[in-house]
Design a protein around this ligand. Structure first.
Ligand code: RBZ
Ligand code: NIO
Length: 350
């Protein structure tokens, strides 16, 4: 699936017209800064001088990591993944609040949590398995499980798009997934492991050292696979794989894809390795406080919209960036032009 889904190269034929529309608004040229680039990107993605935001939403994928049972790379116990899923369903997590405040749809998916949930109207069951295998012993998942997860993420996005959504952000919950993200980052960017590994939810230097040592052991065992699917299957998580498939499908459907923090950007790295054209459809919500995120964004040539020192995940950064996208699309569609408002568009300086 990684390479079968075709992502259209961004059609730039409307670029000049969109730029002219932006420049005719009652403001000095460029004065809306990054919002102008965002408006232009939205217009190009949607191939329209009047881009729209319909039913924007966040999908949070949850999955467990075999390695997390040992507590070597994660300060919190694995059981917190399932506990947080219940918290999402009860409306008590940060992502619930931000989605409510900003009027965003929220969908919670069991991608592979190590817990059996009773059927619940708000929980989408796409469980591939009860957590991945511990990558210190073998690959995290088989290629067929990895493909199943990629396809499940893609199928969910197709459902959302069929229901009218054209702007989508992704979030994740999975104790231990900052370690997976660091390994994926190292494999894809070639940046030394120690610059890819951050504290995650930890706060002690000793924890970080143990995490680095453990991840080096995983690399000693499996090495650096060259193939994107192999990297994802060896070190990934079901939630990361579903996000990767979801990002690729959303781009293939010319949706605007809002990228969250360190873990979601790691999923994007895999998608980007398989299909570089995916990048044109992505809006980078924020620069995470997690060590390594800045270097990931630099690798992709991406500029985050917000710098809030967030290090939570769940799609919280993506949710917070949605109003910026809405504001960019809003000014492009509704702000008066110099002619309409009777405002002079001439600066008196040469
Ligand atoms: C209560 C709680 C809520 C969270 N919400 C997101 N994460 C975040 O922390 C995890 C990654 O960090 P690590 O690799 O260190 O386990 C992921 O589940 C991520 O979404 C949370 C973590 C905790 C403890
Ligand atoms: O930036 C993130 O996505 C992140 C950082 C730390 C822990 N969990 C998520």
């Amino acid at each position: 699936m990684l390479s079968t889904l075709r992502i259209p190269a961004l059609d730039k034929s409307l670029q000049a017209e969109l730029q002219q529309k932006i420049d005719q608004k009652t403001k000095p040229p460029g004065s809306l800064g990054r919002l102008e680039a965002l408006a232009l990107q939205a217009g190009l993605i949607q191939q329209s001088l009047h881009p729209m935001m319909h039913k924007p939403g966040i999908i949070v994928f949850a999955g467990d990591h075999g390695v997390a049972e040992l507590g070597l790379v994660n300060p919190y116990p694995q059981a917190v993944t399932a506990q947080m899923v219940y918290n999402f369903l009860n409306g008590g997590a940060a992502i619930n609040i931000f989605c409510a405040v900003h009027n965003l749809g929220l969908c919670v998916v069991d991608a592979g949590v190590n817990h059996d949930f009773a059927p619940h109207a708000d929980l989408v069951d796409r469980k591939v398995a009860r957590g991945t295998q511990n990558y210190l012993l073998g690959k995290a998942m088989t290629e067929s499980a990895c493909n199943e997860a990629l396809e499940a993420g893609a199928a969910l996005v197709r459902e959302k798009q069929a229901a009218g959504c054209n702007v989508i952000g992704f979030g994740e919950m999975g104790i231990g997934n900052s370690a997976s993200a660091a390994l994926i980052m190292h494999c894809i960017t070639g940046i030394p492991l120690e610059d890819c590994v951050g504290a995650g939810t930890g706060s002690h230097a000793a924890q970080l050292e143990l995490k680095k040592k453990t991840l080096q052991q995983a690399l000693d065992k499996h090495g650096v696979p060259t193939d994107a699917l192999d990297i994802l299957a060896t070190y990934g998580g079901f939630e990361i794989a579903m996000i990767c498939g979801a990002i690729l499908q959303a781009a293939a459907l010319r949706m605007i894809v809002v990228i969250d923090g360190f873990i979601v950007t790691a999923a994007l790295l895999v998608a980007f390795k398989a299909q570089p054209a995916v990048l044109d459809y992505c809006v980078f919500a924020h620069g995470s406080h997690e060590k390594g995120h800045r270097a990931m964004l630099d690798y992709l040539g991406a500029q985050p919209l917000l710098l809030l020192d967030l290090r939570l995940g769940e799609g919280t950064g993506a949710a917070l960036a949605m109003p910026l996208l809405q504001s960019a699309i809003g000014f492009l569609n509704h702000m008066a032009t110099f002619t309409q408002a009777g405002v002079s568009d001439r600066s008196t300086q040469a």
